[in-house]
Design a protein around this ligand. Structure first.
Ligand SMILES: [Zn+2]
Length: 78
Protein backbone atom coordinates (compact mmCIF):
# COMPACT_ATOMS: atom_id res chain seq x y z
CA UNK A 1 0.00 0.00 0.00
CA UNK A 2 1.42 3.38 -0.93
CA UNK A 3 1.22 6.36 1.37
CA UNK A 4 -1.38 8.02 -0.84
CA UNK A 5 -3.50 4.90 -0.86
CA UNK A 6 -3.20 4.62 2.88
CA UNK A 7 -4.31 8.21 3.41
CA UNK A 8 -7.20 7.72 1.06
CA UNK A 9 -8.09 4.56 2.94
CA UNK A 10 -8.01 6.29 6.31
CA UNK A 11 -9.76 9.44 5.19
CA UNK A 12 -12.30 7.75 2.99
CA UNK A 13 -13.57 5.42 5.68
CA UNK A 14 -13.04 2.34 3.54
CA UNK A 15 -12.90 -1.06 5.18
CA UNK A 16 -11.28 -4.06 3.60
CA UNK A 17 -13.64 -6.94 2.97
CA UNK A 18 -12.55 -10.26 1.51
CA UNK A 19 -14.86 -12.45 -0.53
CA UNK A 20 -15.31 -15.70 1.38
CA UNK A 21 -15.43 -17.71 -1.82
CA UNK A 22 -12.68 -16.28 -4.00
CA UNK A 23 -10.56 -14.31 -1.49
CA UNK A 24 -10.72 -11.16 -3.57
CA UNK A 25 -9.92 -8.25 -1.28
CA UNK A 26 -11.85 -5.07 -1.97
CA UNK A 27 -12.42 -1.84 -0.11
CA UNK A 28 -15.93 -1.02 0.96
CA UNK A 29 -17.51 2.08 2.34
CA UNK A 30 -21.05 2.48 3.53
CA UNK A 31 -22.20 6.06 3.32
CA UNK A 32 -25.85 5.27 4.04
CA UNK A 33 -27.91 2.12 4.69
CA UNK A 34 -28.76 1.95 0.97
CA UNK A 35 -25.46 3.14 -0.43
CA UNK A 36 -22.45 0.86 -0.55
CA UNK A 37 -19.33 1.81 -2.47
CA UNK A 38 -17.01 -1.00 -3.48
CA UNK A 39 -13.53 -0.34 -4.82
CA UNK A 40 -12.07 -3.15 -6.85
CA UNK A 41 -8.35 -3.43 -7.21
CA UNK A 42 -6.76 -5.01 -10.28
CA UNK A 43 -5.58 -7.78 -8.02
CA UNK A 44 -9.09 -8.44 -6.71
CA UNK A 45 -10.50 -8.56 -10.24
CA UNK A 46 -7.95 -11.20 -11.13
CA UNK A 47 -8.61 -13.16 -7.95
CA UNK A 48 -12.38 -13.23 -8.23
CA UNK A 49 -13.78 -16.39 -9.80
CA UNK A 50 -16.89 -14.61 -11.03
CA UNK A 51 -16.30 -12.62 -14.20
CA UNK A 52 -17.34 -9.01 -13.75
CA UNK A 53 -19.45 -7.47 -16.47
CA UNK A 54 -21.85 -4.62 -17.01
CA UNK A 55 -24.71 -6.92 -16.07
CA UNK A 56 -22.95 -8.31 -13.04
CA UNK A 57 -20.86 -5.43 -11.73
CA UNK A 58 -19.88 -7.23 -8.57
CA UNK A 59 -19.19 -10.69 -7.29
CA UNK A 60 -22.36 -12.06 -5.68
CA UNK A 61 -20.35 -13.98 -3.09
CA UNK A 62 -18.57 -10.79 -2.21
CA UNK A 63 -21.94 -9.09 -1.90
CA UNK A 64 -22.88 -11.73 0.69
CA UNK A 65 -19.57 -11.22 2.49
CA UNK A 66 -20.24 -7.49 2.64
CA UNK A 67 -23.73 -8.11 4.03
CA UNK A 68 -22.17 -10.37 6.67
CA UNK A 69 -19.68 -7.68 7.60
CA UNK A 70 -22.52 -5.18 8.01
CA UNK A 71 -24.50 -7.60 10.15
CA UNK A 72 -21.45 -8.31 12.32
CA UNK A 73 -20.91 -4.61 12.80
CA UNK A 74 -17.50 -4.72 11.09
CA UNK A 75 -18.82 -2.33 8.50
CA UNK A 76 -20.80 0.63 9.71
CA UNK A 77 -22.46 3.56 8.02
CA UNK A 78 -20.01 6.45 7.81
ZN1 LIG B 1 -15.72 -13.25 -5.53
Amino acid sequence: MTLTERQEYLEGGYEKVACTRCDALVRVRKSSPQQTSVQWTTQAEKTCVNPLSALVPTCLDLRASIDDAIRDGRLGVI
